[in-house]
Design a protein around this ligand. Structure first.
Ligand code: AMP
Ligand code: GLY
Length: 424
């Protein structure tokens, strides 16, 4: 089987790393990949979607897996499917669940799926009126894709109004902010759940928890995610059942009724408030760094899971997960998340610990290869992943590996999985 993975992050590396271990995979391509995926397969530099579809046909690629949201929202799945190519990901119409927060919120409301109380509007007076009616903090969201920056938690009504004015005038996010969502603040704990969907059926992966803030104790600015772990003990069977019955099932049925059956990864961002899971948002792709810890927990074939999902064939698939925990600690570059950083050579110590060899690894993200050496090239550079039979053991292995990886300006959080460990 020949497979192409679209994207260039740690998420795509972690999918590729699993595929590279499957004996029936002949050729593995990354489009565009990063400096480390070149060691797992071939990096492809073609950017244009039609040209990539040509390439997939020429190289007889049996399955394309799309990592990031941008190509999905652009409609890459529709382009590939029109050629009869097999591709894992939602159509452009279904990707609106992530591409437009207004679409997503209206969909949730229409199908009675639990979510925060909200209005959508492009009228400033209407926005101000609703803001005044809510207790603080108030949450303001730009409609379109803003690379994770379009959500403002405003601590006063004035701050909320200012955020809305800036968005509606196009000053903060351009066209993506020309419509806004204003919603009530939910006070609880956040979870990430991932359902691999084929339009009708789905496989739910173990629940994960991300750490979005830059600094320990959830302080500092929001980032794409500084670390994650799974499965989280903050989920019990009642929460899983609730998510399946009240969120995933109505979403798959609803999307079918809307004429946009959902195939791909449904990423449910949840806030658990008094034991009740409430949908904060949907994304239509894997979380990063959640993917980096979920992939190595898969015992069953990753290619089979994605292939069966892409060919509407999940109903009889049984997927096994390792009875282990995964903890991933992100190493980011000096100026993350504010700006770019100078390239810095990555040195991984040559100390061999059998424990790390067997139970820990690196998923590479923002890296470039120059003359056989890897350089941190900005953003989130890599994820140190540890597996273990307890969260503590997995966490200790991840941090032990962090101690062996060096580059100028590296930064990490030291408290990944703290909510789970506090509970224990
Ligand atoms: P979103 O992109 O909608 O997930 O928002 C980004 C982050 O903002 C979430 O991960 C939450 O931490 C926070 N957030 C979003 N909506 C709410 C809400 N209604 N109440 C509390 N926090 C929220
Ligand atoms: N880790 C959260 C995200 O990928 O959006």
């Amino acid at each position: 089987m020949n497979i192409m993975v679209m994207g260039s992050g740690g998420r795509e590396y972690s999918i590729g790393r699993m595929l590279a271990q499957e004996s029936h995979i002949e050729k593995l391509y990354f489009a565009p990949g990063n400096g480390a995926t070149a060691a797992l397969g071939d990096n492809v530099t073609i950017q244009e979607y039609d040209a990539l579809a040509d390439f997939a046909q020429e190289q007889k690629i049996d399955l394309t897996i799309v990592g990031p949201e941008a190509p999905l929202v652009d409609g890459v799945v529709d382009i590939f499917k029109a050629r009869g190519l097999t591709i894992f990901g939602p159509s452009q119409a279904a990707a609106r669940l992530e591409g437009s927060k207004v679409y997503m919120k209206n969909f949730l409301a229409k199908y009675g799926i639990p979510t925060a109380r909200y209005i959508e509007t492009d009228h400033i007076e209407r926005a101000f009126e609703f803001i005044e009616s809510l207790p603080t903090p108030v949450v303001v969201k730009a409609d379109g894709l803003c690379a994770g920056k379009g959500v403002i938690i405003a601590h006063s009504h004035d701050e909320a109004k200012q955020a809305v004015s800036q968005m509606l005038s196009g000053k903060s996010f351009g066209d993506a902010g020309k419509k806004v969502i204003i919603e009530e603040f939910l006070d609880g704990y956040e979870l990430s759940m991932f359902a691999i969907c084929d339009g009708s059926d789905y496989i739910l992966l173990p629940a994960a928890q991300d750490h979005k803030r830059l600094l320990d104790n959830d302080e500092g600015p929001n980032t794409g995610g500084m670390g994650a772990y799974a499965p989280t003990p903050l989920v019990n069977d009642a929460i899983y059942d609730n998510v399946k019955e009240r969120i995933i099932r109505p979403t798959l049925d609803g999307m079918k009724a809307e004429g946009a059956p959902f195939e791909g990864v449904l990423f449910i961002g949840l806030m658990v408030v008094n034991g009740e899971p409430i949908t904060l948002e949907f994304n239509v792709r894997f979380g990063d760094p959640e993917c980096e810890i979920l992939m190595p927990l898969m015992e069953s074939s990753v290619s089979e899971l994605f292939y069966k999902a892409a060919t509407n064939n999940l109903s009889n698939l049984h997927v096994k997960f390792k009875e282990q925990y995964g903890v991933g600690v992100v190493m980011a570059s000096r100026n993350y998340p504010y700006g770019s950083s100078d390239p810095a050579e990555i040195i991984v110590d040559d100390i061999v610990h059998q424990e790390l060899e067997e139970h820990a690894h690196i998923s590479y993200a923002g890296v470039r290869e120059i003359d056989g050496k890897l350089y941190a090239s900005g953003g989130r550079v890599l994820v140190c992943v540890g597996l273990g039979t307890s969260i503590e053991e997995a966490r200790d292995r991840a941090y032990m590996l962090c101690g062996q990886v060096h580059f100028a300006g590296k930064k990490i959080r030291t408290d990944i999985a703290y909510q789970a460990l506090k509970k224990a």
